[in-house]
Design a protein around this ligand. Structure first.
Ligand SMILES: NC(=O)c1ccc[n+]([C@@H]2O[C@H](COP(=O)([O-])OP(=O)(O)OC[C@H]3O[C@@H](n4cnc5c(N)ncnc54)[C@H](O)[C@@H]3O)[C@@H](O)[C@H]2O)c1
Ligand SMILES: [Zn+2]
Length: 358
């Protein structure tokens, strides 16, 4: 097991990464100072695979466990699911010192985290992420929330967990397409901060795609460490944390335009990253060799590099303009200055358009 720390003063917390950690959950929660009852928020898909093992591990450490199941799917990251958690916490008489544990992907993590942030003005909260995306991204950093009919993640809070427990063995049951989508975020960390990680991905992609747990543990650890350092520097995304949105400006627009049905988040981000590097080359920030490496690595992972046919670049621009990162008609972009280096840059929609066809 490797352990990292997110250093945020009295809200600091450990991230444990390893295979088989679910079985050690009781001991690790005790170690992190968790007391009282534990509500395990999950969904039927994940519950069927991992709830019994987690329940047993927690019961062995004398935790009283209340499972709370939400329906599976992004469309259930909503107020109704949130209310169903509150209802159970209230009927089971959960108190200030009780704990909410999220067992699942980013959907479960975001809703459970927001419930923990708001129930009784905040109870302690543990993340046990089971998708690659949740293990390298959503479980770390304290962004919690739900969607509103008018848009994604419109309601939420910054609320840090007490502990993140990453059992890489859970990735064995993850559908391959979900694994690949998670790889997009790992590639992102390489591009924004870490040439050595990028190179490792170039050299060992086949092994990662084959779910080599040792290698997955290694790259998950490196990814979480990068995210932890960014969050430590700018917890509430005043400025610098936005670097984690590399590839997401175009990626989010693609998700919106395709109605969130055609592409998984990681797939949209993959296209977004390739286009953001193309844009960086066009604007004179980045060399062509770096662009070629990014496009090749994204392809090697089995991720898309092109905007799906039928999606009009003008519609993408429109979607970007309603996104948050727009001022004075210009869109805030994270440009790539070669592998491992980024900078912010404001671009007019016409300048963006010209790169989308590259
Ligand atoms: N809070 C943050 O900082 C942050 C960051 C990135 C993304 N997110 C959010 O995360 C969500 C996406 O998360 P996701 O990609 O994990 O999707 P998800 O939670 O929907 O999980 C994907 C699918 O995999 C299933 N699953 C989960 N673990 C499994 C396992 N081990 N084996 C088999 N199946 C398993 C789930 O039941 C689901 O069907 C979005 O709502 C996004 O907004 C949040
Ligand atoms: Zn993302």
């Amino acid at each position: 097991m490797q352990t990292l720390t997110v250093n945020l003063g009295d809200r600091s917390y450990p991230i444990h990464v390893g295979a088989g950690l679910l079985e050690r959950a009781g001991e690790l929660l005790r170690q992190a100072g968790v007391r009282g009852k534990v509500a395990v928020v999950t969904n039927p898909t994940v519950a069927q695979l991992y709830l019994d093992a987690l329940h047993e591990a927690l019961a062995n450490a004398e935790f009283e466990v209340t499972p709370i199941l939400l329906p599976d799917g992004e469309e259930h990251k909503n107020l109704k699911s949130l209310v169903s958690i509150y209802d159970r916490l209230i009927s089971e008489r959960f108190e200030r010192k009780s704990c909410v544990l999220a067992l699942g992907g980013g959907v479960v993590g975001d809703v459970a985290g927001f419930a923990a942030a708001t129930y009784l003005r905040g109870v302690s909260y543990v993340q046990v992420p089971t998708t690659l995306l949740a293990q390298v991204d959503s479980s770390v950093g304290g962004k919690t929330g739900i969607n509103h009919e008018s848009g994604k993640n419109l309601i939420g809070a910054f609320y840090q967990p007490k502990l993140v427990l990453i059992d890489v063995a859970a990735l064995r049951t993850l559908p391959h397409r979900e694994l690949v989508a998670g790889l997009a975020e790992i590639i992102k960390y390489g591009i924004i901060q870490d040439p050595a990680l990028f190179q490792l991905l170039e050299q060992r992609m086949e092994k990662l795609l084959g779910s080599d747990l040792e290698l997955l543990s290694q790259v998950i650890g490196v990814s979480c460490a990068i995210k932890a350092r960014v969050v430590e520097a700018d917890e509430r995304e005043e400025d610098y944390r936005a670097v984690l949105n590399f590839g997401h400006t175009i990626g989010h627009a693609l998700e919106t335009v395709t109605g969130y049905r055609q592409l998984l988040h990681g797939e949209a981000v993959a296209v977004g990253m390739v286009k953001a590097v193309a844009l960086s080359v066009q604007q004179g920030f980045c060399d062509t060799a770096s662009f070629n490496r990014v496009a090749a690595l994204v392809r090697k992972a089995g991720l898309p590099v092109e905007i799906p046919s039928g999606v009009l670049p003008q519609n993408l621009i429109q979607a970007m303009e309603v996104d948050k990162k727009v001022a004075g008609g210009k869109i805030k972009f994270i440009m790539c200055e070669g592998i491992g280096k980024t900078r912010f840059h404001w671009l007019a929609p016409t300048e963006v358009l010209s790169a989308l066809g590259v």
